[in-house]
Write a protein that binds this ligand. Structure first.
Ligand code: NAD
Length: 480
């Protein structure tokens, strides 16, 4: 069975403990590879390697760093098929989705920040003829980057690329649920000639490896994407150590559909924004608020479409809904469907596990599920489910839907559907979310600030925001 290895100081190495964790294929439920069960000893070696590599990496010109990162981007693109197959096998997502979205985006992340750093400028503030201030934006040192399982290589590289481009060295940990493409990336980094110690990837559990990274005294900045509870734990440890922190956390996103929307566009995109990647995208809309005059029509059309989404093995070219990521996660999602019914919700379609045939019969599949009849304050509508489950609720007035939309502890993203642009802008300004899409969803320009409000996070990623996070501004005032 394939054994994944850590990538430390430029080499692929086994964990100090000699122990491994089973890695499952969600499509079949079977173990197909082994993940290093690393601990603080591996993290210590990785941090020391990164510290040693830092002065030379930081001293390279932006162009030199850019050239190496561009090579990594090209290698990701050259290995698209292999990486997409690996991502799908690790995560359960359709192969076509990994090929169309996850892996191209991982290449774009490197490409974007490799070119962005060449254009990155810092400010100067001229004080008449006597004094001038200029601001240096210097790399900080060893950055800790910790990522989740839902978009494994996509989100892993979204942190690593700006950290490296701006001259930091990195100790990174992918999710122990989906480590394979991060491992394959380490092989590509070696091929690309990334100097040893610049990027280190330590695999294993969050409570061991993640905790050792976030509490390490020589890791002054931590970029984390994952659940809100884990984010709170990281903040509890890192804040008293005065680390720089970027936290991208959970969501419970509203779709606000007004009666004057373009019905067909709203319908088509709502199916996507509800069920893409089995509903396991932090930006998926899971609370669908529909204005009363079109509620029944929209509900019927939505349910009809959702029933047609093909639940199948990730390799099936026609698949729309693949496997959810793990047995635990499947049981969590199913428990929320039960809860919704206990709370008085009516399941309009889906609502159960799907058992496929043959080698896939023990895989973790859930039928896409639409529920109505719940109040916006119930647990089903307040807590993150993170699976192929959405609720529908009618509303009458704009103020009312704003109250519903803003009623959760989260504030990551929202979609607004109307052809009245004044209303769209008015509502966008009042929804408490970091990312709003009007008449579209998941359209991403990598220059824009990305992140959430309230318990969806602290700080922003993307564009200059990311490069600012990974650099320290230092103002220098000169008497001319
Ligand atoms: P998670 O919080 O369980 O794990 C995320 C990562 O943190 C993993 O690598 C894990 O091993 C590590 N970790 C766990 N405990 C740790 C600790 N004590 N110290 C340091 N690291 C630790 O999240 P998940 O289940 O992998 O991912 C799903 C969650 O991620 C959902 O809540 C989803 O909304 C969120 N998410 C948010 C965004 C965003 O941009 N806001 C994007 C994707 C996913």
């Amino acid at each position: 069975m394939q054994k994944i290895q850590n990538y430390i100081n430029g080499e692929l190495v086994t964990p100090r403990s000699g122990d491994y964790i089973d890695n499952h294929n969600p499509a079949t439920g079977s173990v197909y590879s082994l993940i290093p069960d690393s601990d603080e000893r591996d993290v210590e070696i990785a941090v020391q390697a990164a510290k040693k590599a830092f002065p030379a990496w930081a001293a390279k010109s932006n162009e030199e760093r850019s050239n190496i990162l561009l090579k990594i981007a090209d290698l990701i693109t050259d290995n698209l098929d292999q990486l997409a197959a690996a991502e799908s096998m690790d995560n359960g997502k359709p192969v076509w989705l990994a090929k169309k979205v996850d892996i191209p985006r991982a290449a774009s992340n490197f490409h974007f920040f490799a070119t962005g750093i060449i254009h990155y400028a810092s400010e100067s503030h001229n004080m008449g003829s006597e004094y001038i201030n200029y601001t240096l934006r210097q790399p900080i040192g060893v950055a800790g980057c910790i990522s989740p399982w839902n978009l494994p290589l996509y989100l892993f590289t979204w942190k690593i690329a700006p950290a490296l481009a701006s001259g930091n060295c990195v100790v990174a940990k992918p999710s122990e649920v989906t480590p394979m493409t991060a491992y394959l990336l380490s092989e590509l980094c070696i091929k690309a000639g990334l100097p040893k110690g610049v990027l280190n990837i330590v695999h294993g559990y969050g409570y061991k490896v993640g905790a050792a990274i976030t509490s390490h005294k020589d890791v002054p900045l931590v970029s984390f994407t994952g659940g809100t509870k884990t984010g709170a734990e990281i903040a509890r440890v890192a804040a008293p150590m005065f680390k720089k922190l970027s936290l991208e956390l959970g969501g419970k996103n509203p779709n606000i559909i007004f009666e004057d929307c373009n019905f067909d566009d709203a319908l088509k995109t709502t199916v996507n924004s509800s069920f893409s990647n089995q509903g396991q995208i932090c930006l998926c809309g899971s609370r669908i608020y529909i204005q009363r005059p079109i509620y029944d029509k929209f509900k019927e059309a939505l349910v009809e479409r959702v029933k047609k989404l093909k639940v199948a093995a990730p390799k099936d070219p026609e698949v729309k809904i693949g496997a959810v990521v793990s047995e635990d996660h499947m049981n969590k999602v199913l428990s929320y469907i039960n809860l919704a019914q206990e709370e008085g919700g009516k399941v309009l379609c889906g609502g159960e596990r799907v058992v496929l045939d043959g080698e896939y019969k023990s895989g973790w599949y859930i039928a896409p599920t639409v529920i109505e009849g719940l109040d916006h304050t119930c647990r089903t509508n307040q807590e993150e489910i993170f699976g192929p489950v959405v609720t529908l609720q009618p509303f009458d007035a704009e103020e009312e839907v704003l109250e519903y939309a803003n009623s959760t502890a989260y504030g990551l993203s929202a979609t607004i559907w109307t052809q009245d642009l004044s209303k769209a802008h008015r509502v966008a300004a009042k929804v408490k979310s970091g990312i709003i899409w009007i008449n579209c969803w998941l359209v991403r320009d990598l220059r824009t600030p990305f992140g959430g409000m309230k318990q969806s996070g602290v700080g922003r990623e993307g564009g200059w925001e990311a490069l600012r996070f990974f650099t320290e501004p230092k103002n220098v005032c000169v008497k001319v």
